[in-house]
Design a protein around this ligand. Sequence first.
Ligand code: ATP
Length: 240
Amino acid sequence: MSAEPMLQTSGLIAGYGNAPVLRGIDLTVPAGTITAVLGANGAGKTTLLRALSGLIRPTGGRIVFDGVELGGTPVEHLVRRGLVHVPQGRGVVEELTVEENLRLGGLWRRDRTDARRALAEVYDLFEPLARRRRHAGHQLSGGERQQLALGRALVARPRLLLLDEPSLGLAPRVTAEIMALLRQLRDDTGLTVLLVEQNVRSALSVADEGVVMALGRIVVATGPAELRDDEQLRHAYLGF
Ligand code: ATP
């Protein structure tokens, strides 16, 4: 595990219209690690990912990604640098085939040869997608859609993956497979992951670090075992 931060924010403020949702986020995500972002509904987890990936523009604070300060950087530039967001609900294009959805992940890649190689790797990783490559997005199961969303992100060759609730609507077995895959990608390729999850136990099963958000702030940042073992904290913020 490298000590170099892949991502660092300080005093990050962002929201919608005039209402700030993030009220000063200081977050450090070391390279090659999985950081779980936990917290109740409405805490601001999704808003944090949106601010990091350039979907909403912060009104204050700093974001440094891989040593470079971001400020109004267009989304396609961020993707080219390896900052890739898999949104809540997965963003699969229903009318397009599996293959067309996957190719969208390579849309902004200059290295077309590697984009093709990455596509082949995704089919190796997710055998159901290889079998259904000509099926439309709407024909897929929930688990296959999540594979497709992840696969599309992997075609972009991410260095930092922002994942918003990958377990949503999935059976426990499928969720466990997704978490195992994240662990494998971290261990084998050094991928850095910022994982927003309501499914606290699943997220902590793979995370190197857990941060808890409440009302647009980070209230705790610590190791997964500490989070699991701290009953007071679990009751106060994590609901179990
Ligand atoms: P959840 O798990 O329910 O998605 P969250 O922690 O991800 O919760 P956010 O989705 O970031 O929370 O929402 C934080 C706050 O921002 C909420 O009060 C929400 O109502 C508000 N909000 C979210 N999206 C928008 C939007 N597009 N326009 C205005 N307000 C929004």
